[in-house]
Design a protein around this ligand. Structure first.
Ligand code: SAM
Ligand code: SF4
Length: 314
């Protein structure tokens, strides 16, 4: 049954502890609440992107100063993936800047990366922008488990953030990837000037897809000087937790992930998120071009909360 915006708004506005306990109940019914899935991510191609995403350091339309890096070699990527596995990651994500893959040689390199990372015993994820059907089929054949393609915000707020594509373009790609038999990872960014209504509408959109994304990353905007949202007001921590709880309730079978911006959340806020249904995190020190978690901070938090790292091999 489709979820209405009104119903989702009612849930979002529950008394805080009722919202948390409802979300936790859904979480316990669908997942092992003591375990958290860990991914690492690497930017395999950085910068020089023609899209105009207001938040992104890699867009040529923003006044950012990140160095451009051409596509890495599969051997270099494999070495990073090996170290990620040693640190406990069960999934390795490879991200390329750009609207889509324009070079056949680069796409072949991505397929080679997927195959070799998969052979390490890691789940594989790539995020490459738009795909064609033959590319999706080739990625599936190469061993791809997940494709990340974020919808980023509500349909109503989308044009404030990106003008070089529409949210419907993104949704069509998500459906095409699912038809190719690949799990979808899709969520968005909060703190770009959108309202709580926009955040709720984004979650309703994802929950109402024919197949909701298997993984829903919630990024807290990392403000990058020179981007067009570098002065927007940050999301309130309790609203962030409410969003996580709503995502858990609307998408009971999906992994709900805290992605970018986690280093600006206190340990206590992260613990509330985990209670409310977060069960996936990025643990790499860098998230593409920005800093993430340092000094084994995850392990320390997991010890304090008696959490385990999920191991899909077991
Ligand atoms: N070019 C591909 C695309 O747009 O799908 C893949 C790379 S893109 C950098 C991957 C995702 O990173 C974006 O969809 C966006 O949600 C997230 N992201 C980028 N910059 C961010 C920022 N400053 N803060 C939070 N999330 C960000
Ligand atoms: Fe390009 Fe992706 Fe950044 Fe948008 S988010 S500017 S598509 S790299």
């Amino acid at each position: 049954m489709k979820i209405t915006f009104g119903k989702a708004l009612d849930i979002f506005n529950y008394p805080f502890f009722k919202l948390l306990s409802t979300a936790h109940e859904v979480h316990v019914q669908n997942f092992d609440e003591q375990s958290v899935q860990i991914s690492d991510i690497l930017s395999v191609k950085t910068g020089g992107c023609s899209e105009d995403c207001a938040y992104c350091a890699q867009s040529v339309r923003n006044e950012t100063k990140i160095p451009k890096q051409p596509m890495l070699d599969p051997e270099t990527v494999l070495e990073v993936a090996r170290r990620a596995k040693e640190r406990g990651a069960s999934r390795f994500c490879m991200s390329a800047s750009g609207r889509c893959m324009t070079s056949e040689a680069e796409f072949e390199k991505i397929c080679a990366m997927v195959t070799s990372v998969k052979a390490l015993g890691l789940e594989t994820c790539v995020t490459l922008g738009f795909l064609t059907e033959p590319q999706a089929a080739k990625l599936k054949k190469s061993g791809l488990d997940y494709y990340n393609h974020n919808v980023d915000t509500s349909p109503e707020f989308y044009s404030h953030i990106v003008s070089t594509r529409t949210i419907d373009d993104r949704i069509r790609t998500i459906e095409m990837i699912q038809e190719a038999g690949i799990n979808v990872c899709s969520g968005g960014i909060v703190g770009m000037g959108e309202t709580n209504e926009d955040r709720i509408k984004m979650l309703v959109l994802l929950a109402n897809l024919e197949i909701p994304p298997r993984c829903v990353p919630i990024n807290k905007l990392v403000k990058i000087p020179g981007t067009r949202v570098d002065d927007s007001s940050p999301i309130d921590d309790f609203d962030f937790v409410r969003m996580i709880a709503l995502a858990r309730i609307l998408m009971p079978k999906s992994y709900v992930k805290i992605a970018a911006g986690r280093n600006t959340l206190s340990e206590s806020t992260q613990a509330l998120c985990i209670f409310a249904g977060t069960n996936a995190l990025f643990s790499s020190e860098k998230l593409l071009t920005v800093d993430n978690i340092k000094d084994n901070a995850d392990r320390k938090l997991f010890d304090k909360l008696n959490l385990r790292i999920e191991n899909p091999q077991l």
